[in-house]
Design a binder for this molecule. Structure first.
Ligand SMILES: Nc1nc2c(ncn2[C@@H]2O[C@H](COP(=O)(O)OP(=O)(O)OP(=O)(O)O)[C@@H](O)[C@H]2O)c(=O)[nH]1
Ligand SMILES: [Mg+2]
Length: 413
């Protein structure tokens, strides 16, 4: 049998209780991806709780999660089809855990948005999808769940589909797939349902194989953020992951933010000395001149380098429970770069579930607000527009070791 090397990571998001964990549980069950003792465990736990088989229990391991019937933290599960392997990230839908949802979504290449067909679009449906669009995740499959509660009505499906479509369009997500399902009964999850003869599209399982893997940008210019420097027998080996472009063993390079020029002496990989490495590879490099690179430096190709700046225009998502306060010290982390910074101006404060502008030229930010800001960094940083290179176009703001906001760079647009 051919080895499956291809893998896709997707996140499942949506309003609290709309059925994320149940859908994943059902998918695993109907594809025989579960060990028999696991199935018995879930049935037993469901009986003890006085419920029918709760597939959500497969994902919700924590006692607190099962007791409250909600997901608190993200869980990753593995699953495969004949086409490829999948890592599924189950995210919590409760507003309290938006931060965990963002952590899950930021690791994914695609997303599934679940909407309860009886309840329709709710606050977290909007907020979560907005976060997806901020993270550049615009490959989205939409499933309308709990169709059993609306008698598998095509009219209800079309109404909710229209609402979701309108919202997604306003945040620039163009989703082609809308699937009517009942996660609890299994309709259109793995097998096509008799109850939805009016629907001729793919099942949820089939829709997964249509998702595309994220392309690593090899055709763009070289960017290699340095993660660490090792001294090995008088040699300084600078290691990092090539985020875009490629690097060759005799290439001229420029180091940012210092602007120093040198040439590659060797590319180092475990037990190998390759002459070339491309985006996605983790490598070490040594240089011809005694240039002292450090963590946070960015290696690029001279004449084709990102801007270094201390003023960044960005959209940020304020996720800390504490409001933003001008007095507090913030640190910006972008790729491996790290520097002190301050938010110099807040052009707009935006409600992340309605997109209404709460205030122009604001002085403060409340939790879960999005804002258009200018950030001033202490040290210059090398950045790219998020739409160009995501790895150098996104950052987090840290306060007292806690992430309080995530952001994407919009300058240059
Ligand atoms: N009738 C019906 N109920 C469903 C369906 N899917 C899920 N449910 C029920 O809805 C409730 C919530 O399901 P979960 O899977 O825990 O929802 P969730 O989206 O993971 O919730 P959070 O992770 O807390 O946001 C459970 O009681 C499920 O049994 C469905 O297709 N039909
Ligand atoms: Mg859940």
């Amino acid at each position: 049998m051919a080895m499956q090397t291809e893998q896709l990571k997707f996140v499942i998001v949506g309003h609290v209780d709309h059925g994320k964990s149940t859908l994943i549980g059902r998918l695993l069950y109907d594809t025989d991806s579960l060990a028999p003792d696991k199935i018995e465990e879930i049935k037993k736990a469901s009986r003890q709780a006085g419920r029918d088989t709760e597939f959500a229990y497969l994902l919700d391991h924590l006692e607190e999660e099962r007791k409250q019937g909600i997901t608190i933290d993200t869980t990753q599960v593995f699953f495969k089809t004949p086409k490829r392997r999948y890592v599924i990230i189950d995210a919590p839908g409760h507003v309290e855990f938006v931060k965990n949802m963002i952590t899950g979504a930021s690791q994914a290449e695609a997303a599934v948005l679940i909407v309860d067909a009886a309840e329709g679009v709710k606050e977290q449906t909007k907020r979560h999808s907005y976060i997806l669009s901020m993270l550049g995740l615009n490959q989205v499959v939409v499933v309308l769940n709990k169709m059993d509660l609306v008698d598998f009505s095509q009219a209800r499906f079309e109404t909710v589909k229209k609402d979701v479509q309108q919202w997604l369009k306003s945040i620039k997500i163009d989703s082609a797939l809308y699937i009517p399902i009942s996660a609890i009964r299994g309709d259109n999850v793995v097998a096509s349902s008799e109850k939805t003869r009016w629907y001729s599209g793919p099942t949820f399982l089939e829709s997964l194989d249509t998702l595309q893997n994220k392309q690593t940008p090899q055709d763009k210019s070289l960017l290699l953020p340095i993660q660490d420097v090792y001294k090995i027998a008088e040699k300084r080996v600078n290691v990092g992951r090539v985020e875009s472009g490629f690097i060759t063993a005799d290439m001229k390079i420029k180091v940012l933010p210092s602007g120093q020029l040198t040439e590659i002496n060797s590319i180092e990989k475990f037990l190998e000395k390759p002459v070339r490495a491309v985006a996605g590879e983790c490598i070490g490099i040594t240089t011809k001149d005694a240039v002292f690179l450090d963590r946070g430096d960015i290696v690029c190709s001279p004449g084709d380098e990102p801007a270094t700046t201390d003023a960044i225009a960005a959209n940020i998502f304020w996720i800390s429970k504490q409001a933003f306060d001008r007095q507090q010290k913030l640190t910006l982390r972008c790729a491996t770069q790290q520097t002190g910074c301050k938010i110099e101006s807040i052009k707009k404060r935006i409600n992340s579930s309605t997109l209404e502008v709460n205030e122009q030229n604001a002085q403060m930010l409340e939790t879960l607000e999005v804002a258009e800001v200018i950030i001033r960094t202490k040290k210059p940083v090398a950045v790219k527009n998020f739409n160009d290179i995501q790895e150098l176009g996104r950052f987090v703001l840290v306060r007292d070791e806690n992430i309080c906001a995530g952001g994407i760079i919009t300058s240059g647009e």
